[in-house]
Design a protein around this ligand. Structure first.
Ligand SMILES: Nc1ncnc2c1ncn2[C@@H]1O[C@H](COP(=O)(O)OP(=O)(O)OP(=O)(O)O)[C@@H](O)[C@H]1O
Ligand SMILES: [Mg+2]
Length: 382
């Protein structure tokens, strides 16, 4: 079975996708560290990392710029890192602003959009804008060709697929009916609107506290000048996502529903002709290598060792629960591999502690980058 390094051979973009809370951010950071350890210059684009992980990557605050992880920190690790590790915390709002700045025809319309209150609301709240902006930033960095590999973390979408749909939804919104409604009205619509508009506007103004309709109209008129630029850009982002040097790694948990979601996400990737690289099943309960038997044997042994029958029974029961979890995970992963018809399923165990620093990431990498099967997995496969 392949490790992450095999899956990413010859790739320059790696996208860690999956549903919420499965470990996308952690995995993305670990992969970036691992690939930097193989001599590459790697940048991980993270979204909302836990504070401690951000700190350990030297990302004290949102920057929207890549920061190099202190080489001294990397050197202090058990296995030295020969490449460069860079990290960046994605800021969707700042990326949107940069995008507007790029596509605005002139200074004045740029300022007009950026200052516009509707824009300010929409660019922070627009559904899908975070997903779209993540890919937008990815595209920008990729065009600059500063790094050998970009690893993209993806936002915690309710549904993993929202992420793939984001560019299309954003374009639909900008080009769509909502836009036309607010552009300068002409003909009949203008005459109808014109009559009651004075009263309506003054009511709206009283309610929302500013000239909502004027702002809306200004926003959409200004944006309309940028639609072509946006559309072209969205097309090129799509192209990058589908490129042969891009790889989607699906991250999932080992229990029933997360595994089903991974199967579904894989199918959608294939349908959309996007390059599926492999699956990472994170937080797997491993079958322990303990060979002292179970049931009565174990209980007997524990009673002797612990000298407390009650405690021994509880430890034995706990162990039995854990074994059934491990067996369940193993069955689910076999099912996953069969459904996906792939051998590229990488198992990462549930570690005893949260992963929030470089050495925790390195712990994960023992599994992410292990070529060959997890011995515990082989035991149940055979
Ligand atoms: N293999 C593991 N063993 C133990 N803890 C883990 C493991 N992988 C991740 N974690 C912990 O699980 C938590 C969630 O991980 P992470 O933030 O990477 O998930 P995520 O998929 O990015 O979540 P979200 O969808 O909210 O962005 C973190 O506290 C992390 O330290
Ligand atoms: Mg995350």
């Amino acid at each position: 079975m392949a490790g992450v390094a095999d899956l990413l051979e010859d790739k320059d973009v790696c996208i860690c996708a999956g549903s919420g809370g499965v470990g996308k951010t952690t995995t993305a950071a670990a992969i970036a560290l691992g690939m930097a350890g193989r001599g590459l210059s790697v940048c991980v684009l993270t979204i909302d990392p836990a504070k401690r992980l951000a700190d350990s990557l030297g990302l004290a605050e949102l920057g929207n710029d890549a920061e190099r992880v202190d080489p001294a920190l990397l050197e202090a690790q058990d296995s030295p890192v020969e490449g460069e590790l860079w990290a960046m915390m994605l800021d969707a709002k700042a990326t949107f602003d940069e995008l507007v700045a790029r596509h605005a025809p002139d200074e004045e319309s740029r300022e007009r959009v950026l200052r516009n209150r509707i824009y300010q609301q929409i660019s922070t709240a627009l559904a899908g804008s975070q997903e779209y902006m993540a890919m937008e930033k990815l595209f920008e960095l990729h065009s600059e060709a500063r790094f050998d590999l970009l690893v993209l973390d993806t936002p915690p979408t309710r549904n993993a697929l929202d992420f793939l749909d984001a560019p299309r939804r954003l374009m639909q919104f900008i080009e769509g009916r909502s836009m036309r409604v607010f552009m300068k009205p002409t003909g009949m619509a203008a005459r109808v609107a014109g009559r009651g508009a004075g009263v309506a506007l003054s009511i709206v103004r009283r309610i929302v506290g500013f000239d909502l309709l004027a702002d809306l109209s200004e926003f959409f008129t200004a944006m309309s000048g940028m639609v072509d630029g946006f559309r072209e850009r969205a097309r090129r982002v799509d192209e990058l996502l589908a490129a042969p040097r891009t790889s989607f790694l699906v991250v999932c948990g080992p229990s029933g529903e997360p595994v089903d979601e991974a199967v579904y996400f894989h199918r959608k990737l294939v349908e959309a002709k996007l390059p599926f690289g492999g699956v990472i099943v994170n937080k797997v309960h491993r079958l322990p290598d303990y060979a002292g038997g179970d049931g009565e044997d174990l209980r007997g042994g524990l009673r002797t060792a612990l000298d407390d029958g009650d405690l021994a029974d509880r430890v034995a029961a706990n162990y039995a629960d854990y074994l059934s979890l491990a067996e369940r995970d193993s069955r689910n992963i076999d099912h996953l591999a069969a459904e996906l018809r792939t051998r590229s399923v990488i198992r990462v165990p549930y570690l005893d502690e949260d992963v929030h620093d470089l050495s925790g990431l390195a712990d994960l990498n023992r599994f992410l980058f292990a070529a060959g099967r997890d011995p515990a997995a082989t035991a149940t496969d055979g």
